[in-house]
Design a protein around this ligand. Structure first.
Ligand SMILES: NC(=O)C1=CN([C@@H]2O[C@H](COP(=O)(O)OP(=O)(O)OC[C@H]3O[C@@H](n4cnc5c(N)ncnc54)[C@H](OP(=O)(O)O)[C@@H]3O)[C@@H](O)[C@H]2O)[C@@H](O)CC1
Ligand SMILES: Nc1ncnc2c1ncn2[C@@H]1O[C@H](COP(=O)(O)OP(=O)(O)O)[C@@H](O)[C@H]1O
Ligand SMILES: [K+]
Length: 514
């Protein structure tokens, strides 16, 4: 499991550790890891550290201190290191002294630069931008977990020069300008090729839009003692392998679970077919389809138990999926919401579901909106959801007392207790899943942005619910397999949703093999 902790938690752990360590020890640990990562990159890209050109962008806090110490380490190995001091009077004094002792140079940005509109105005400012353009490696120590808002004006030309130069850009702890706790980017932020983060991942490193700015992420352990429950967690192969349902010797199709699919309409029969395609690969022992696309479903998947009447008249199931392509018929949604089994609500179902009926449910509910659907439910613009995914997923989960899987470039799964910030139970204790950490899916790929792939996901997740997984586990395991299947199926070329469904067994095998 990969975990991420909030700034508040990191600060508390840092305080505890610092009290037990000599002054400056923690920063030296961090800087040593940072210097090693940069030396690796220089060795690979430039051939060696000796003679390479390194520029440090140094802000007013300890983030800049990390950069200065790491820069000193590289200078001792023969790199030509220039530190651009954005607030010279507040630069980390001991780090600066270390850099100077190692032979590093400094360029001091002045208030006149800060006042200049588009570009840095003084000779020093011009020299700083020129140094960035010539650099082999730029280290971003402008601001870390102490930051608020986007980059300040004087840093913007430097960030732009770094992005346009051929230099490898390494962010210290976080790309400057992104929000560590939420992944929001309010204003300009620095784009890194690599982020070297200390002690733990921060939520912003795993959630778009900030995640995109971070590049690849390397974690440097510094010995922080962190609490059991993180803010965010990302399943890995081994975690998913433990959760996947595997039939035992005594299993039969009913014991493995039956999943009901209430999807599709005369207008959108394909949604029914795709949801069933996902469900058949999700581990349930049987798939029951109830709705107007029965003929299309049976023609494509003869193993499905079909009925063209509503869910109320279908036989017993252990979980329902309702919504994909059902159009404007609220009937099936109301019918499944009163069922005492887990229900997944997707697509049209989200619009048609009565909020109080969802809140009144005792069995788990899993809602799977994309950003547009989440925005409609929350009464905000789509852009707001995309800018603040974590907050949106938590808010929806809290409002509906449901588990929410928010789809998109970063897929998140938030349980109903995710917003209350404490405890190990989800607030309802009803199988939505223990734990308050929001799950973030690490396997997604933008090739999945193809019509109908969400229908496949809903069938897959519903099948896992029927097989007995909690809503949180079913949602996050389905997203994991779906992302992996998308990668396998696409392999660098466009795919259709049915290709993704067909690639799910391969993804499953891949996970089981470890
Ligand atoms: N925690 C750990 O375990 C360890 C932490 N370590 C390191 O310490 C870092 C945190 O250091 P920190 O606390 O000094 O804060 P930091 O991020 O350098 O900001 C400082 C000041 O910047 C300013 N500022 C704010 N927003 C800004 C913006 N948008 N653009 C520009 N400036 C902005 C603001 O001051 P202001 O100018 O507003 O007065 C703020 O007070 C952490 O990320 C990691 O690298 C490691 O060394 C060891 C282990
Ligand atoms: N940019 C992206 N990166 C990764 N995954 C994406 C991206 N855009 C969409 N997806 C995934 O593709 C699927 C699309 O689902 P959805 O929006 O419901 O489409 P549809 O309704 O056509 O089935 C979801 O699993 C979503 O997470
Ligand atoms: K930084």
């Amino acid at each position: 499991m990969r975990t991420a902790y909030s700034v508040e938690t990191v600060r508390a752990a840092e305080r505890d550790l610092m009290a037990r360590l000599p002054e400056g020890a923690l920063m030296r640990r961090a800087a040593a890891g940072l210097a090693a990562a940069c030396a690796d990159l220089l060795g690979r890209g430039y051939g060696r550290v000796y003679g390479s050109r390194v520029v440090l962008l140094v802000g007013s806090g300890d983030n800049g201190g990390d950069a200065l110490y790491a820069g000193a380490g590289l200078a001792r190995r023969g790199a030509g290191v220039t530190a651009v001091l954005l607030t010279p009077e507040r630069a980390h004094a001991a780090g600066l002294a270390a850099l100077r002792r190692a032979g590093g140079r400094t360029v001091e940005i002045t208030d006149a630069d800060a006042d200049a509109d588009a570009d840095l105005g003084t000779d020093a400012g011009t020299a700083a931008v020129a140094a960035v353009r010539r650099a082999d490696l730029v280290m971003d120590g402008i601001v870390g977990i102490g930051g608020t808002g986007g980059l300040r004006p004087e840093a913007v030309p430097l960030a732009e020069a770094a992005e346009r130069s051929g230099a490898t850009v390494v962010a210290v702890d976080l790309p400057s300008g992104v929000d560590a706790d939420t992944g929001e980017v309010r204003g300009t932020a620095l784009r890194a090729d690599l982020t070297v983060t200390f002690g733990t991942h921060k939520p912003g490193l795993l959630v778009d839009p900030a995640r995109e700015y971070a590049g690849s992420v390397r974690l440097v352990g510094i010995g922080l003692d962190l609490p059991a429950e993180p803010e965010l967690e990302a399943l890995q192969h081994a975690d998913v392998a433990r959760l996947l349902p595997v039939p035992g010797a005594e299993s039969d199709k009913y014991r493995r679970g039956v999943v009901g699919i209430a999807a599709g309409s005369a207008r959108y029969p394909g949604a029914a077919v795709l949801a069933v395609a996902g469900a058949l690969r999700g581990g349930a022992g049987a798939v029951r389809y109830a709705g107007p696309a029965a003929r299309d479903v049976i023609a494509r998947f003869p193993e499905t138990l079909v009925s063209d009447r509503g869910p109320k008249h279908a036989g017993r199931v252990q979980a329902w999926v309702v919504g994909p392509g059902i159009g404007d018929d609220a009937g099936p949604v109301a019918e499944v919401l009163v069922a005492d089994v887990p229900v997944l609500i997707d697509a049209d179902g989200l619009r048609l579901a009565d909020a109080s009926a969802v809140r009144a449910r005792r069995a788990p509910t899993l809602m799977t909106p994309h950003a547009g659907e989440a925005a409609a439910l929350l009464g905000v613009e789509r852009e707001e959801v995309e800018a603040g995914r974590l907050a949106a997923a938590r808010e929806l989960a809290g409002r509906y007392g449901a588990t929410v899987l928010l789809k998109g470039s970063t897929t998140l799964v938030a349980g109903p207790g995710a917003g209350d910030g404490g405890g190990n139970e989800d607030g309802k204790g009803n199988g939505n899943g223990n734990g308050t950490a929001v799950r973030v899916n690490p396997t997604g790929t933008s090739w999945l942005a193809t019509a109908g792939s969400g229908d496949v996901l809903s069938g897959l997740a519903g099948s896992l619910l029927a097989a007995g997984l909690s809503a949180r586990d079913a949602g996050s395991v389905a997203a994991y397999l779906h992302g992996l299947a998308g990668r396998h199926a696409a392999d660098g070329a466009p795919v259709g949703a049915h290709d993704v469904a067909e690639a799910v067994p391969g993804a499953w095998r891949d996970v089981m093999r470890g």
